[in-house]
Design a protein around this ligand. Sequence first.
Ligand code: ATP
Ligand code: MG
Length: 304
Amino acid sequence: MLCFCCFGRACLIPNTGYLSEAAASIVSEMLQLDVVPTTRIVKLASPSFFYSRFFGHYDVRPKEGSFQLYVNGYESGNTVFARWNYDKNLLNEEEEAKFQLLFQKMCIVDYVIRNTDRHMDNLLVRHVPGYEINLAAIDNGLAFPVRHPECTSRFRTYPFRWSNFPWAQAEFDPALRQHVLSLLTPHFVHRLCADLKKLFRHGIASSNYMLVNSQLRVVRGQIWNLRQALLANESPSEMAQRQPVVVCRSSDIVMQSPRQPRGMIGLWSNLPHENNCVDECEHRKAFNDSGANKKDTENSADFE
Ligand SMILES: Nc1ncnc2c1ncn2[C@@H]1O[C@H](COP(=O)(O)OP(=O)(O)OP(=O)(O)O)[C@@H](O)[C@H]1O
Ligand SMILES: [Mg+2]
């Protein structure tokens, strides 16, 4: 009998979706891509929230969650794309180019956070023909896995849905490519991971602290792959096909050896894409070899 848990997201830490929402916003801001509406962690109290009741009585007390800026006049991507498909004249060339750039920015953020839930209803688009075109990547709660989803279950995969869209087939926009490559220094990765760690550790029980390191290993692996893809002038679609990589500290490597078969139903053994593991020293060296800004290179000593 197949169990429902086989089809859940075993690679995610349960009940931390709100942290993932805020973390996606941080990644989007730090990469200066601004495709995720600003999202922060707040505490709010309201009688309309759920509170456990004791003989019908309950206390309205503050609850923690993510709070996202509402974007006005946006519609679901599926709705807008269907309209564009129906009437090919709705999107002029200039708008198409602008949308492709926005779409590619979203691909970068999605890739770094390893979002497992980017279907086109979680992408909002505002298009006023001849006037404005914009994009908002919402619903980022199912991102930041502790392990690459491809390596977690052979029953369910989490492909990047955007990789089939025409805007993901073109090579990355040259200016965007340059912009992101210039940002991806060891110092930048260190700062980004430090911010994410602070956010993630704030919200979870101390028994789960080590899981945050696993999340960051995946993030660094995605950044590693992103950089390789940009250097090789790939398209977002080609980048999505890269072998998953985790970047670990030397002391972690031994933990990354392939799992031993458990003899059950082969659920975890011999998975199709076992993680490639890049030692963090190699990671740092590769960044440094690329001629990264000298100041950032010097700061790389405290990477992680
Ligand atoms: N920041 C936002 N600005 C404007 N509209 C939004 C925003 N976030 C969500 N929405 C609207 O709410 C709808 C549902 O949002 P969302 O995708 O986050 O939730 P969901 O998929 O229904 O739930 P879940 O988070 O449980 O997956 C969106 O399709 C969109 O219309
Ligand atoms: Mg949604």
